[in-house]
Design a protein around this ligand. Structure first.
Ligand code: URA
Length: 247
């Protein structure tokens, strides 16, 4: 048995707080009857409707996928390209990616059917560190890498401080491999950060998401997160939320 507001939040319809408002406002029906008190518990067989629309009740599932390049971070693509959920064709739950990686970026991406969990991890105030390895054209100067570390002006504002580490350089080929850790998730952020210092990103891979790595997986392979990993992720997102309130 679970609280009604939790079931609504998990379906991705609203945060728990908003779900409570929906209930108080008489927008929620349980087995056909409007419920306005909070704290009502529901079982998996109960029918819940929000604004007359039945919500999907599935057991929450959580996966980590090593996305190969050339795959869209979506559940469908109008151009018929491969999407991340194609790697879960046998799964009965309807999962979706938490955030996105560019079509040509490879690496770690999480998928779930738990809308509340996805919103929590994706919320900009929840600072989960993501580590990328970029192969760039040209060999960046130290001072330019420092600019990335300090925060750089992009068209959508200055980026938050990042950790930047030169891993290797090939002076002959004029390329370099740079590790960059960021906790924001703006569109094409790493590519745009390097473009801002004059270096095109030739290859990009996300190697880490919080404490999760790609260890043991090959491109195209996935594994289920353990219940403990799910708890830890939720706790680290909530922890950064608390710290932000303190600021
Ligand atoms: N930054 C990018 O530029 N692309 C990604 O896919 C992820 C982060």
């Amino acid at each position: 048995m679970e609280r009604l507001q939790k079931v609504i939040a998990r379906a991705g319809i609203a945060s728990r707080r908003k779900a409570e408002e929906l209930i108080k406002d008489g927008k929620v029906k349980l087995n056909g009857k409007t419920v306005t008190e909070l704290g009502v518990k529901v079982s998996p067989s109960d029918r819940v409707e929000v604004n007359e629309i039945p919500i999907e009740r599935e057991e929450p599932v959580y996966f980590l996928l090593y996305k190969p390049r050339g795959v869209i971070s979506s559940v469908s693509d109008d151009k018929g390209r491969k999407v991340v959920t194609d790697f879960f064709a046998e799964l009965k739950e309807r999962i979706f990616p938490i955030g996105r990686l560019d079509y040509n970026t490879s690496g770690l991406i999480l998928l779930t059917n738990d809308g509340e969990f996805a919103n929590l991890l994706m919320h900009p105030r929840n600072k989960i560190e993501k580590v990328y390895v970029a192969k760039v054209k040209g060999v960046p100067l130290k001072e330019n890498l420092k600019k990335l570390a300090k925060g750089i002006h992009l068209e959508d504002g200055k980026t938050a401080p990042a950790k930047v580490k030169m891993l290797s350089m090939d002076k002959k080929k004029q390329t370099a491999i740079v590790e960059i850790s960021i906790h924001e998730g703006r569109n094409r952020q790493v590519r745009r950060m390097f473009e801002a210092i004059g270096h095109e990103v030739l290859k990009l891979k996300r190697e880490r998401y919080g404490f999760l790595t790609l260890n043991g997986l090959k491109a195209g392979e996935a594994r289920e997160l353990t219940p403990h990993e799910v708890k830890q992720l939720r706790a680290s997102a909530l922890e950064s939320e608390k710290n932000n309130h303190r600021l």
